[in-house]
Design a protein around this ligand. Structure first.
Ligand SMILES: C[S@@+](CC[C@H](N)C(=O)[O-])C[C@H]1O[C@@H](n2cnc3c(N)ncnc32)[C@H](O)[C@@H]1O
Length: 221
């Protein structure tokens, strides 16, 4: 039987291959409405430090730069070398993007201190189409919230199809993830000022935002 590690490794091999056509299949226009709201909810301002996980081929970079304008810092993390090599090509236009190959399930404060910058905290984090595929997704959400500055924003954009229909099965097959994980429902109990809009793709895709609640999470520091 396939272990979680085997499944993850085979998903990453798949994304290494898929990277060649990802921007064509998963086109900018297909997710535009949801992405536009997700980035709006990050409430970006010049000189901020943000994390995009998984950054995939870097489809969000130019939208981030509309607000950051090559100031501050964008950290992009993905586990697929193929996806990251596409992201690298896009990132060349600017000097404020740092790309790192890493497993989302291992990213916490210690990891940031060791591999990015000691004591770095983020103004906002965008996790788009990632948590539906990551193992141990609840822990990833907890860790991401804990990487935010107090009041910083976590934005999740993903699928939620409670009873997978034909599109759900297709998305599971193409994306190598699940479509019925209660991602925003879990997040709701962990953040302040939670909001969700699930009006995308006939109510099957959502954008959720919430901010880090200092009191409830400071014990995790
Ligand atoms: C559907 S793509 C989304 C990429 C990008 N966020 C977007 O919206 O275009 C899923 C991405 O998750 C990455 N991924 C899967 N498991 C991962 C893990 N454990 N850690 C980091 N990245 C992972 C894949 O390599 C792939 O780039």
């Amino acid at each position: 039987m396939k272990t979680i590690k085997d499944k993850q490794a085979s998903a990453i091999r798949y994304y290494d291959r898929f990277s060649k056509i990802y921007d064509w299949i998963s086109s900018d226009s297909y997710y535009r409405k949801a992405r536009t709201l997700a980035i709006e909810k990050m409430d970006l301002k010049q000189n901020q430090t943000i994390l995009n996980i998984p950054c995939g081929t870097g489809q969000n970079f130019s939208n981030f730069q509309n607000e950051l304008n090559n100031t501050g810092k964008i950290v992009g993390v993905d586990l697929s070398g193929g996806m990251l090599s596409k992201a690298k090509v896009k990132a060349k236009k600017w000097s404020n993007i740092k790309l790192i190959k890493a497993d989302a399930t291992e990213i916490d404060r210690d990891w940031i201190n060791e591999y990015v910058d000691e004591g770095l905290e983020f103004d906002s984090i965008l996790c788009d189409l990632g948590l539906s595929g990551f193992p141990d997704w609840k822990n990833v959400i907890d860790n991401l919230i804990n990487l935010l500055k107090s009041g910083g924003k976590l934005v999740i954009m993903d699928w939620y199809i409670e009873k997978p229909n034909l599109r759900g099965w297709f998305i599971k097959w193409v994306g190598k993830g699940e479509v019925n994980r209660p991602l925003y429902q879990y997040m709701e109990g962990k953040v302040d000022h939670f909001e969700v809009d699930h009006s995308f793709k006939n109510g099957e895709m959502f954008v959720a935002v919430g901010s880090r609640n200092k009191a409830s999470l400071s014990s995790q520091k």
